[in-house]
Each structure stands twice: as C-alpha cells, then as structure tokens.
Design a binder for this molecule. Sequence first.
Ligand code: GTP
Ligand code: MG
Length: 619
Amino acid sequence: MTNQKRRKDIRNIAIIAHVDHGKTTLVDALLRETMAYTFKDGESTIMDSNPIERERGITIFSKNASFRYKDVQINIVDTPGHADFGSEVERILKMVEGVLLLVDAFEGPMPQTKFVLKKSLELHLKPILVVNKIDRPNARPHEVADMTFDMFCELNATDEQLDFPIVYASGKECRATLDMDVENHDMKPLLETILRRVLPPVADPDQPFQMLITMLDYDNYVGRIATGRIFHGKIKMGDIMALVKRDGSVERGKVTKILKYQGLKRVEAESAEAGEIISIAGIENVKVGETLASNDDPKPLPTIKIDEPTISMNFCHNTSPLSGKDGGRFLTSRHIRERLEHEVMMNVGIKVEETEEGERFKVSGRGELHLSILIETMRREGHELEVSRPHVILKEIEGETLEPVEELTVEIDPAYQGVVMESLGNRQAEMKHMQSTNIGTVRMEFLITTRALFGFRSEFLMMTRGNGLMYQTFFEYQKFKGELPCRAKGVMVSQTGGNAVAHALWGLQDRGEIFIKPGDALYEGMIVGVNNKGRDLVVNAAREKKQTNMRASGSDEAIQLIAPREMTLEFALEFIEDDELVEITPKNIRLRKQALTENERKKIRVARPTTLNYGHNKK
Ligand SMILES: Nc1nc2c(ncn2[C@@H]2O[C@H](COP(=O)(O)OP(=O)(O)OP(=O)(O)O)[C@@H](O)[C@H]2O)c(=O)[nH]1
Ligand SMILES: [Mg+2]
C-alpha cells in the first residue's frame, strides 16, 4: 500500500451525526471562515436549500460543498441525520477519507450517532470527534467526549480509531478549540485538524477511469446529473464512457457536462481527475450504485447496498368531489404514474408497483418520513392525490412471517414516565434499558414493532406536553407479533356537501376534536372530526341555525369555537384507519372515508364485520 499515489491538494470529508446535532450549521461556519460563501444577514443552514428542508428545519438530501484552506481543496458532504435516510449516509461514507462525527455537547451520543459511527468504523475511516454546541447553557463537553469514547469501544474500534482527535466547537458562534480552557474565536483548529488527520485521497490518474455514482439529481435542461467520487483515471468533456450497471451489463454515454464544486456553486469544467468529487451530465439511465468507467476497460467498483423498504402506502389520483378545486394541475392517474416513474429513477430507496389496472400504486419506502416527503414534494409540484394508511412490509422466510422492529429511545421528565410506559406497554414494546441522566430526565430504550409505533409520535408529544425527546431507528425483522388493537375512537363523517357552518360545528365540538373551520368546503364522506365514543357518526356540519322571526340579539356572538387542529400530513397518515384516506391537494389536507356514502359503508361492514388487519401488508 506504500506506493499509492495520493492527491495532497484535496481532502474529502463527510459530516455525520444524530439529527439536529448541528451538522448543517457547522458547514455554514466552515464556509464563512474560508469565505467560500458570502452570507446575507440572518442567513443560516445554507445547505438546506430545498423548500421542504427549510420548512421542517431538517436536512433531507445529502449535498456537497467545497472550500479552500491553505491551498487544499476540502470537499465536504453534509448528510441527513434522520434515521429514515441512514442508508444514504452509508453510501456517502464510501466517497470520503474522513468524517467529522458531531455530538451535541449537551445531549451526548444518541442512537443515530451510534449508527453512523458504526458504519464509519466498518469502512476503516478514522473519525474526528467534534463536540458541538459548546455554547449551550448546560453543555458538558468532557462528559460527552467520554461517553463518545465509550461508544467507540462498544463498537470495537481499533486502537488507531480510538486515538481520535477531539475538537470542541460551536457551529452557531463560528468558533472551535482543541482545549476547553483555551478560548478561541474562529474555526481554524478544526480546519487544521482536518488537514492533519484526514488522509489525502488515493488517486492514480493513469489507471482506467472509475467513478462510483452516489447521488443523483435532475435538471430540465441537461437531464440526470450523477455525482460521485472519481477513484481512478481522468475524464474530459465529450468522452464516451461506459456505465456498468448492477447486473454487470454495460451501456455507453457521452459526457456533456463536468461540474465541480466551488463553495455551494457547481461550475463547469473541461476535465477532472481521480480524487475529486464531481457531477456529470450526459449519461442517460444512470442510477445510484453504478460505476461510470473507462470505455476501453469498463470495470465496476464494489456496488453499494440498497436497503429494502419497510413500509408502503397506496397512492391514487384525487377521486374526491373536490378534485381540481384547489388549484391542482396534475389530476389523473397518468400524471401520478409518470411522477412515480421519475421518482423510482432518482430515489433509490423507493419502490412502486401498479395495482387495480394502473389506477392505484403501491409505493414503498424506508419510513413514514421518507414517504411523506415524496407526498409533500408532489403536492408542491401541483399534484392532487389520495393516499392510504401506511402498512409495514412483512417478509415470509422459511414459512415464518417476519415484521420490521424499531429501536425506540425516549428521554422524558420522570413525571411522564408512567403514562409513556403505559402507552408503550399497550403497544407491546419491550424495554431494553432505562437510565436516569444527570440533568434529571429518564432515558429509556425499547424494541417495538414499526406497526405499533404508527401514531405514537403525536400521542407522545401530547403526553409529554411537547417536552420529551423521541427517536426511532430500524432495528431488524423479527417474528410477527400478532394483532394489535385499532384506534379506540370513531370519527364524525359529513353527511352532505356544502360549506361548514359555525353553528353546526359548535353543536359538534362536545363530541370530540373538530378538524375543520366555518366556511371549509365539505363533501359527503369527508371526516370532519373525532367522535370520542368508539364508533363512527354521520353528522351535518353544514346545518344552518333555524331562523326565528325575532333576531335573538347577541346569541350568535355566544358561539365559541375551539380552534381546529392544524392538519399536517404526519398527523393525517398516523390517524387514519384502513377504510379511510388522506386527500392531498396543493392547498388542503383532508381526511375521508374510502366509501363516501353511508350506504356503501354499510355494505362493506356487512361483508367485513371487523377490521383486525392492523397496519401490515403481505409482501
Ligand atoms: N446553541 C447552539 N445551537 C446550535 C448550534 N449549531 C446548531 N444549532 C441549532 O441546532 C438546530 C439544528 O441545527 P442543524 O445545523 O440544522 O442540525 P443538523 O445536524 O444539520 O440537523 P439534520 O440535518 O436535520 O440532522 C438548529 O436550531 C440550530 O440553530 C450551536 O453550535 N449551538
Ligand atoms: Mg442538517
């Protein structure tokens, strides 16, 4: 290994952590320090450029940036911290020689910290530990560093890996130090550590070209843009390249654009060489995990594992009577099919199967967030659709039925421990570990089926009054755990079309939570609220107050309506039952019964008296 050529002018690093530990903010700090991007007043988490990322304050897609420090080009990949995107992080790690493992100086290492660290160690990477957010009032940086060291040991890190450098930082305040007793006001200690501790990439420009495709995006003008790391060789504009597919077959394509990163921008280049992270256009049909190789000697690189989906939902065009009334531009099943076909090309974790002669599509992904982001994106593009309740994907292995199980971590005030444990007990969760933290909270770890977790997040937020922390990560497939109880409450179903009337809602709000407000459009079969009594109830939310000859003065002002719940996609998907749908339009999220008339629903009830098929789906 001694004679390997390395590109001393480059470092490739990824930034990895548990969700919200400050990855994207730390990239801001590095871009600011090296002046690779000029920030406007108040601008932050600049890499979270997608509108859904900005709205939710999370990173969904990995992204590249690049800056120069002391004549070295540092390519940095920001990764998402949410567990649904764990396999994406795993892919990114194959592009880099170094990782910054961020750990929140207050929270300490969390489940996703362990997952990303485990993946890095398996790939023989030597992480740099960044104990981040040291400005937080309760920060306990030394303790957090010790806890992370224990995590390295637990994951069987080698002695070399255990000898990791520690940088204490506040991405937010743009400062880093190697010693908590030494105050410093810039990011140089971290930049110096990157130069010293991350190996320059092994890169021989004279070997046949090989580049592993790790990310894909799409541009209306140039088509698919494939991003990855060049392992060997050179490439220049106009070259004919071989694309080695997963099955070993080879296709050809001509390079029409080579793009390199400068700060956040992609700039066109004439050529590129081993060691660099670049994007290429012109190769049709390219997918993540394939190798772009020299036309004369096309050899694949070891491919990337793609995780199997664990949950699925049915997507259909909007069949509600209000279809097209909310400004949606794409309304038919053909539109949905085309959009999903595009998604399958670009998003490696998504699977789509047609059902009911192409009217419905079973869409499978890695988790509720993964699929809800697709739905939200489609909605913003102008699609209207209806989706069914998520189901977990069961596996049949040697005659045994298996289902996905998650590792759940909750951290709460001890006052809520009783209710949280009771709720998880009802969901047949199995407690693995419980520990009091030195900030007075209790941290508990459970194993629980993915199925039983549906709907738990909103209940948890309510139980802990929004103060609890909750994280879930896919653990493994285990033996099917049997049926679970259904939603204990019923719903109020609209009897008619028209518009909701304040007086009618006022009369209904004693029965349970209302989802709509006066003036909202209605249709027969639409769900307008919860019926606290366990069964469904048909109601008239459009009923006007009876007119009397005498206007009773002041009586209308006496109506006090409780503000309706703001309908989010997450809540809607967790709430609905198997005989219900979520209707999604650019302007509204509504809940509805699949069968819109009471007559149709009666017929179904007679044919299927109970619905015990709770949240699972045979593959
Ligand atoms: N006090 C403090 N807060 C920080 C710091 N860095 C980030 N934050 C805050 O932590 C939250 C999450 O920051 P992000 O940078 O988006 O975290 P992330 O790790 O990129 O999150 P995901 O990409 O969703 O996993 C934001 O509210 C930030 O303002 C820091 O150094 N100090
Ligand atoms: Mg982020």
